[in-house]
Design a protein around this ligand. Structure first.
Ligand code: NAD
Length: 421
């Protein structure tokens, strides 16, 4: 399918397919293999009935999609959000397949979600949603089958409940059933910071390619959750000047650079960056169009579309979030000569350290934070080089190169394993 023909620009599964199709075409992928890789291996939809604190019963919908297990167990986060839908989860699962292949970790791709608003659930309701959802999809999970992790709306505590629920059912402690756990329960040092660290490493490598010293380079970061908050801090440590950040409620801008320490304590008190006195208010739409050197969309999908892509002024876009740019916007950004580090490379630091966590849990032996960070840097820098070498060789964008690298790796393994008839 040609991305021009994609009707639902904001359907992430179609956006994923549009890029996959281009990569398959460029690689001359065998038509049978094309059909196999285009289709998720397995999809599960479950009802999640939960007792609310007020005594009423709510029934939420839960999904788990395994896009591919050709290279290893399915791997991918669980998202709790009111607008989660099956096509979004399918896209996120496929992106995990490609991402794990780009950084060459032995996992396939999966993703899960529960349609709920976590901001309106008490801690005990969150626990009941999590345990019931995991019990419902339990048959397709396992350290060798499918390993969940945090995503929007879920965190280390949710992962602890997932590990406990699974372990209660199988009657033995199974920390490798999930990653992103608290360190005390078999989590890895450096996991919380891993995605943001990977964003920083990708930015650093991109600036090197462009011959730009990081000192004083300006950045705007959309999203102030796990990925956005750490990315902002790490870019600041690299010597860059973070001039704007935002969350779902709004943002803050200061052309002289934000005081990130003061911003963090404002956030800890108010749970939002909105209203931070160290800068002027800025909307999410305005933040994306600021005249900065580096733009890091680290919140959610479809924030750069055919409607606003022409107004983006950043020289470099580093995709902290999954799917922040639509397939139609790709073309506009390409024409403007914007250097884009695609999500399946830029935010792969998270799954890389999740892989380290899974390995450590299975060994029962744990690495220091320095060991984790050194291994992560090695993988991110090598993967960045693999993608940019591919882009040069085929004279394509970094995004298409990353898809080509991934589709080729997954395709080879799928072919090697053969069709079980
Ligand atoms: P999070 O829930 O910790 O934070 C999300 C942030 O985005 C919050 O600040 C929220 O207010 C903001 N946000 C949500 N919707 C928004 C909107 N419409 N406009 C502006 N801001 C909005 O989530 P996270 O773990 O930081 O994940 C963010 C993105 O990064 C997602 O796309 C996720 O799939 C991706 N990602 C996360 C990880 C990880 O390790 N956590 C790894 C790879 C990719």
């Amino acid at each position: 399918m040609n991305p021009e023909q994609v009707l639902g620009e904001e359907n992430p599964f179609e956006a994923m397919h549009a890029r996959f199709d281009l990569a398959a075409q460029k690689l001359g992928l065998d038509p049978g293999l094309y059909r196999v890789l285009r289709t998720p291996d397995r999809e599960m939809t479950v009802a999640v009935p939960v007792l609310r604190d007020d005594g009423s019963v709510e029934v939420y919908t839960g999904y788990r999609v395994q896009h591919s297990t050709a290279r290893g167990p399915a791997k991918g986060g669980v998202r709790y959000a009111p607008n989660v839908n099956l096509d979004e989860v399918r896209a996120l699962a496929a992106w995990m397949t490609w991402k794990c292949a780009v950084v060459n970790v032995p996992f396939g791709g999966g993703k899960g979600g529960v349609v709920c608003d976590p901001t309106k659930l008490s801690v005990s309701e969150m626990e009941r949603v999590t345990r019931r959802y995991i019990a419902a999809i339990m048959d397709i999970l396992g350290p060798d089958r499918d390993v969940p992790a945090p995503d929007m709306g879920t965190d280390g505590q949710v992962m602890a409940w997932i590990a406990d629920t699974y372990s209660m059912h199988v009657r033995s402690w199974q920390p490798a059933i999930t990653t992103g756990k608290p360190i005390e329960l078999g989590g890895s040092a450096g996991r919380v910071e891993a995605t943001g660290r990977g964003v920083m490493l990708s930015t650093r490598e991109a600036l090197k390619v462009l011959g730009i010293q990081p000192n004083g380079v300006t950045a705007a970061v959309q999203g102030y959750g796990n990925v956005g908050q750490v990315s902002a801090m790490m870019l600041d440590r690299l010597g860059m000047k973070v001039v704007a950040v935002s969350d779902i409620r709004g943002g803050v801008h200061n052309a002289r650079g934000l005081d990130l320490k003061a911003l963090k304590s404002h956030f800890q008190k108010t749970r939002t960056v909105e209203g931070f006195p160290g800068g002027e208010p800025v909307s999410n739409a305005q933040l994306l169009e600021l005249g900065v050197d580096v733009l890091v969309p680290a919140a959610t999908e479809n924030v750069i579309t055919s409607k606003n892509a022409a107004n983006i002024k950043a020289r470099v876009i580093v995709e902290g979030a999954n799917g922040p740019v639509t397939a139609r916007a790709d073309k506009i950004l390409d024409e403007k000569g914007i250097y884009v580090i695609p999500d399946i490379l830029a935010n792969a630091g998270g799954v890389t350290v999740s892989y380290f966590e899974w390995v450590q849990d299975r060994m029962g032996m744990f690495w220091t934070e320095d060991e984790v960070n050194t291994r992560l840097e090695h993988i991110m820098v090598n993967s960045f080089r693999d993608v940019t070498d591919m882009a040069k060789r085929f004279e394509v964008s970094n995004r298409l190169a990353a898809y080509m690298l991934a589709v080729d790796r997954v395709g080879k393994v799928t072919k090697m394993r053969g069709l079980y008839a």
